[in-house]
Design a protein around this ligand. Structure first.
Ligand SMILES: [Ca+2]
Length: 617
């Protein structure tokens, strides 16, 4: 009984689905004869070239029946018409046929459960049933049939059977093949089941005709008997839908022929459970949040595909295994976002768009374009649409230079080399100021405007009430330096300094005395530093290590010159006065780094540490 377990599962599934459909459970399309409506190929057909006079014998009475076989009298379609046709119809081979091959080519892969061939002649003394799953490229023999299996060099019961090869009955004899091996219960949608039951082509090779025993008794042995005739060819099966469909439709480009009201089993599944594909072998476009699975014929579970969570901003998504694993196997769908959204769930706005505060998260126009100038904008705040301008650029849309800047381009704007404003396009000074005055000591291109035009910046000296802030800021370094030169680089400034004393240096920053380049952060945003860094003067500077431009002398022979880029925090730049020096020992993290015994050097008097704050005019 076990060998029928799978068939019963498939058959029951079909009948059950007719009642309940596919809702939340496994379902199957109706089974039928796969040969119906399809062309059966044969090697020969009696009378196809010239009329033939052929005889056959009704078993039992051994009455001989002879007729002239005309063209189209017994075509292959007679094997697949209704089995109840009266008088019965059959295909008949040519009278001199020794071997004959019947072949059924399916337009796609199907499941089949069994084959029944009903002969109108005596059954062959030897035949095979072969199948292909790759549209005829490769074939395998499913079963050998012989009156004596030694004909194939086989033994009865070992891939060969002698059960269906007796010449009697001389008519209506059956040959049966069951696709189900006597296994235990098999999951019908497993790959094992598919390997056993899936077919794209089936052929029956008739290898040796045998006469009806009546003929041997016939006195008139000159009568030529029919070698092969078949009245019914029934290949029972269904379309292959993995338990996700109860209905199939014609495959694209396929047209059934001569059905005459018979049920044609079509191959393209009408998929349910949010699946898709000819065989429902994948999930539908927007349902890839979990991996596709076949339904279970054993438990009845549908294993529906899960919808991706796209907040209404996608029509499709794909399954990503790494996302799935990271989520603890809960959600692996990555949405293909529309409506200017982005993110796995389309939960963010694309760059250049922001979330409209008055619209629903799921609204198609939820992400609104930022009204920012493409050239002058660094970024747009995705939360409120505020434009973040590039250096030297101003206005809400970042489309103009700030006052005192010129040359609007994709890098921002450059500071004017003037005391006041300058022409925004040419940089020419508007007030008639002459930038070349007071440059006797340094070349013009090495100076930046704050140095030349101190009035651009107003620097106020403030007392650092709580010196611990110095430690909280976690500066990478605190140095006593002498300014050597300053260079205006347009978008930033570089200040070359000679390190006179390393007051504090983080472990990762190996500063020693030599020349370093400082990048005053305030220059980038405001075009000035506080205090103004005069070449030749000494300062206390503090700031962070800038990893973007760290060039260290690898040679090691010239340790005095180390070109290290340091970002300079403007809020803690201080002219190195007696007052500052005295304040240093009040800074816990800084004084701790001083070598013992040398503290007197820094403890010459009272007073507070006095950094400066800076603001542009
Ligand atoms: Ca027939």
């Amino acid at each position: 009984m076990e060998r029928w377990a799978l068939f019963i599962l498939l058959a029951c599934g079909a009948s059950h689905s007719a009642r309940s459909g596919c809702e939340n459970r496994v379902c199957n399309p109706r089974m039928g004869n796969l040969a119906t409506g399809r062309q059966m190929l044969t090697d020969t057909q009696c009378g196809s070239t010239t009329p033939e006079y052929l005889c056959r014998y009704d078993d039992g009475s051994c009455v001989v029946q002879c007729e002239v076989c005309h063209p189209h009298a017994h075509p292959p379609t007679s094997m697949t018409d209704s089995p109840f046709t009266q008088p019965p119809t059959w295909w008949q081979s040519a009278g001199d046929a020794i071997t004959e091959t019947l072949q059924l080519d399916l337009e796609m892969e199907f499941y089949f459960t069994h084959l029944i061939v009903i002969f109108h002649s005596p059954r062959p003394a030897a035949m095979t049933v072969d199948s292909s799953r790759d549209f005829g490229r490769t074939w395998s023999t499913l079963q050998f049939y012989a009156r004596n299996c030694s004909w194939f060099g086989l033994k009865d019961g070992h891939g060969c059977t002698e059960k269906y090869s007796s010449p009697r009955p001389c008519s209506r004899g059956e040959v049966i093949y069951r696709a189900l091996s006597p296994w235990g219960i098999l999951e019908p949608y497993s790959s094992e089941a598919r390997a056993q039951l899936g077919i794209t082509n089936l052929r029956v090779r008739l290898l040796q005709p045998q006469p009806c025993p009546c003929q041997l008794k016939e006195s008139n042995t000159s009568l030529l008997s029919v070698p092969y005739a078949i009245s019914d060819f029934i290949l029972k099966g269904a379309c292959l839908c993995h338990g996700h469909s109860d209905q199939c439709a014609p495959a694209s480009g396929y047209l059934a022929t001569h059905t005459r009201g018979l049920h044609v089993v079509h191959g393209k599944c009408v998929c349910r459970h949010h699946t898709a594909g000819d065989h429902c072998e994948r999930c539908d476009r927007l349902y890839n949040d979990q991996p596709w699975r076949p339904a279970s014929g054993l438990t009845g579970e549908a294993h529906q595909c899960a919808k991706c969570k796209c907040n209404g901003h996608a029509e499709s998504c794909h399954f990503d295994l790494s996302v799935w694993v990271r989520s603890g196997q809960r959600s692996g769908g990555v949405c293909h976002c529309l409506h200017n959204t982005t993110g796995q769930h389309c939960q963010h706005c694309q760059t250049g768009f922001y979330r409209h505060p008055e619209r629903l998260l799921t609204a198609a126009n939820s992400c609104t374009a930022c009204l920012c100038d493409r050239v002058g904008t660094e970024s747009c705040n995705p939360a409120n649409g505020d434009c973040m301008c590039k250096p030297g650029v101003a206005t809400p849309q970042c489309d103009k230079c700030m006052l005192g800047y010129w040359g609007f381009n994709e890098y921002g704007c450059r500071p004017c080399h003037c005391a006041g404003d300058c022409d925004p396009y040419t940089g020419d000074c508007m007030t008639g100021s002459d930038p070349d005055h007071n440059t006797t000591l340094f070349r013009v291109e090495e100076l930046f405007s704050a140095l030349n035009f101190q009035e651009k910046c107003v620097c106020k000296q403030q007392s650092l009430r709580n010196s611990k802030i110095f430690c909280i800021m976690k500066y990478s370094y605190a140095l006593k330096v002498r300014v050597l030169a300053a260079h205006d680089k347009g978008s930033h400034a570089e200040v070359d300094v000679k390190v006179l004393k390393v007051l504090w240096s983080s472990s990762t920053l190996r500063l020693i005395q030599g020349t370093v380049t400082l990048y005053p952060e305030s220059w980038t945003t405001r075009g000035c530093t506080c205090p103004v860094l005069y070449p030749g003067e000494e300062y206390l500077v503090a700031g962070h290590h800038d990893v973007r431009k760290d060039v260290t002398n690898v040679n090691g022979s010239d340790q005095e010159v180390i070109d290290t880029a340091l970002k300079m925090a403007d809020s803690l730049i201080s002219a190195l006065t007696t007052e500052v020096r005295s304040g240093l020992r009040r800074i816990p993290c800084l004084s701790a780094s001083f070598p013992r015994g040398r503290e007197e050097e820094h403890s010459d008097g009272g007073g507070a540490y006095s950094p400066f704050s800076c603001s542009a005019v």
